[in-house]
Design a protein around this ligand. Structure first.
Ligand code: SF4
Length: 434
């Protein structure tokens, strides 16, 4: 989400004449787009800001410093007190307005824009970092109340974009030569809950669900592959699974965070599903798409987590056979319920559990990757392997990186078939076949 916001800010700035500086030390305006999901990311921002504040003091204020993103939304006024050299503090809702906010700075104000607002439909074309694959936001914010998470405080309530606006953006991407789109949302499968109306088929469903959106955008010319992230197990329906299996451009790759394998911890987290329900979703996906990749997120050391409860998370990882799991030790975040609970877990215990879980995750991923060995996979070529000349790199439909001998420059953007000769946990190696 932050990378997509950064592209929107860069596009907005370029549309009013800003150009990207070669080096941060040459820049007249520096924008930090921040993440507050863990304390470490937040601390890094303060250290970076300290350096720029010093530079600003030494060149008599010629530099403008902008702090954007979730740390800005979370800390607000506190930031201005801690770093008075800041010119603009802006929450993620305001990404599309960065040009107007900088105009206010030019008039001599120190500007704060952190209040939740209705996000303006994109008014500038994002400055995309790739000319092949693109992110398209479909829903902003989150209506859940997970007890460890800052996102509802920083990104606000759900705001679904209009289906026609999403389709228009994808049509423009297809025309511009993009081949792959990843639809983005904090809880993407909750898409449409805030849009008015009910379905015309008399089923009682709301007018737009995420499944309806996929069907609506699937035929966009030029776009060969569609992915989406992130899904919430609470909203991952049978209808969505069947649509993914039936729509040929939908890639067989699903990122569905589970956070814990223990039902009591899941209840404390207010996640709204159980270990068993999560397993049923994955079984359902694999029944329709046996080769599908499944990735997830997990937190270890949530307040009160016992060794047995941690073992349930390990058990879920083994049972599901994930292709990847993003793991993290629980990090207490400001203004979240779990941060206030007295039963916090010691850092050493958290680190020990994190290391043990990571070993299991890697073993499971390596084992699961074996299904590609000696099989042909379809690869969208992204270009040459930057680390090895004469080799091309791309991704298969299941989102694994695939390396193979070939001219990555001339093949860029093509879908080619690669026979897999060797597998690692997260990468495949092979040779091109007809
Ligand atoms: S679903 Fe939960 S973890 Fe995900 S963004 Fe919303 S509150 Fe945070």
């Amino acid at each position: 989400m932050n990378l997509a916001d950064s592209e929107r800010m860069a596009g907005t700035l370029e549309s009013v004449g800003y150009v990207c500086a070669e080096d941060a030390s040459d820049a007249d305006v520096i924008v930090y787009n921040t993440c507050s999901i863990r304390d470490k990311a937040e601390q890094k921002v303060y250290s970076a800001l300290g350096k720029q504040a010093k530079r600003k003091r030494s060149n008599m204020g010629g530099l403008k410093i902008v702090l954007a993103g979730c740390v800005a939304a979370q800390e607000g006024e506190t930031l201005l007190r801690r770093v008075p050299e800041l010119d603009l503090v802006m929450g993620p809702h305001h990404a599309n307005r960065i040009d107007q906010l900088l105009e206010q700075v030019d008039q001599g104000s120190q500007v704060m824009a952190v209040e939740p607002i209705q996000i303006a439909e994109d008014i500038a074309v994002p400055r995309r970092d790739s000319d092949l694959t693109a992110w398209v936001n479909v829903i902003h914010g989150c209506n859940e109340k997970c007890t460890y998470c800052v996102v509802p405080n920083t990104r606000g309530v759900e705001q679904s974009r209009a289906p026609e606006a999403i389709r228009r953006e994808m049509l423009a991407l297809g025309e511009a030569g993009y081949k792959e789109v990843t639809l983005l949302g904090q809880n993407i499968d909750a898409y449409g809950r805030d849009l008015p109306g009910s379905a015309e088929d008399g089923s009682g469903r709301r007018a737009w669900t995420f499944t309806d959106l996929l069907q609506h955008v699937h035929d966009v010319p030029g776009i060969e592959r569609i992915r989406f992230a992130t899904s919430h197990p609470r909203y991952f329906t049978e209808r969505l699974v069947r649509a993914c299996a039936e729509l040929p451009k939908l890639c067989e790759f699903f990122h569905i965070p589970f956070q814990s394998g223990d039902n009591d911890i899941l209840r404390e987290m207010k996640r709204g599903y159980t270990h068993e329900r999560y397993r049923r979703i994955i079984d359902n996906i694999r029944r329709h798409m046996p080769d599908a990749s499944v990735s997830g997120d997990a937190i270890v050391g949530f307040p009160g987590e016992t060794e047995e409860q941690f073992e349930m998370t390990c058990a879920l990882v083994r049972e599901v056979g994930f292709d990847r799991v993003n793991t993290a030790a629980y990090s207490p975040r400001p203004n979240t319920p779990a941060a206030e609970w007295p039963n916090q877990i010691a850092d050493l215990v958290k680190m020990d559990r994190l290391n043990r879980l990571n070993r299991i995750v890697n073993d499971v991923a390596e084992e699961r990757a074996q299904r590609f060995l000696n099989h042909d996979v379809e690869v969208l070529v992204e270009g040459p392997n930057p680390r090895k000349s004469g080799e091309a790199v791309g991704r298969n439909r299941q989102n694994k990186l695939v390396f193979f001998p070939g001219d990555g420059n001339s093949m860029k953007g093509q879908l080619v078939n690669v026979h897999v000769d060797m597998v690692h946990a997260y990468t495949l190696f092979g040779h091109q076949v007809a």
